[in-house]
Design a protein around this ligand. Structure first.
Ligand code: G4P
Ligand code: MG
Length: 170
């Protein structure tokens, strides 16, 4: 599969453009929910522009015995803070919308807490067949950049950031 490398500089600019479009849509989040681990860095950059606190969640596709599972499950979730979600405007952030399974799962879990509104934003959406769907309750779905079905290489996965950046420049 074709690989696409993205530098921190590109990610930062993409996150800024996401924040600008979210603001332009009139959505002012009370809280950002970051899907770990890929959503952590984009969420933190977006916080620079939109200024809301960040809550983190973790989703896994393996069970307690390290066996793959068909559906996602929570490995880390908002517990005490969960109660604060009612009536609030939530911005859910992840790095990539691939199969859409994780996004749908997280949105449905968040909807159980009766937020006032949910907006969803990802750095990259792959244009491919999706297993999940964005529920209708989501008012805004903001994509940083639309991509074909390529393998995205993120700078936070780089063992050698100089090599990574040279690949990103091509
Ligand atoms: P979804 O967010 O659209 O539902 O994606 P999906 O569940 O299919 O993704 C499963 C895992 O695969 C996620 O990581 C996602 O970040 C990762 N992934 C999908 N496509 C790419 C890609 O092109 N490049 C990279 N680097 N990762 C991709 P995860 O298991 O949640 O772990 P984490 O890496 O976020 O910690
Ligand atoms: Mg992820």
């Amino acid at each position: 599969m074709e690989k696409r490398y993205f530098s921190y500089q590109e990610i930062h600019k993409t996150a800024k453009s996401m924040a600008e479009r979210i603001a332009a849509a009139g959505f002012e989040p009370d809280v950002i929910v970051a899907i770990g681990t890929g959503g952590f860095i984009p969420a933190r950059i977006i916080r620079t522009f939109l200024g809301a606190p960040i809550l983190a969640v973790g989703i896994a596709y393996y069970d307690a015995n390290d066996k793959p599972t068909e559906f996602p499950r929570k490995v880390q979730w908002i517990e005490e803070a969960e109660r604060q979600l009612a009536g609030r405007k939530i911005l859910l952030i992840d790095e990539v919308d691939d199969s859409r399974t994780t996004l749908e799962y997280c949105i449905r879990e968040l909807l159980k807490h009766k937020p006032a509104e949910i907006a969803v934003s990802v750095l990259h959406n792959k244009n491919k067949h999706k297993r999940g769907a964005i529920p209708q309750e989501v008012k805004h779905y903001v994509v940083g950049e639309e991509l074909d079905d390529v393998w995205i290489v993120y700078p936070w996965d780089a063992k050698d950031i100089d090599f990574h950046d040279s690949m990103a420049k091509r």
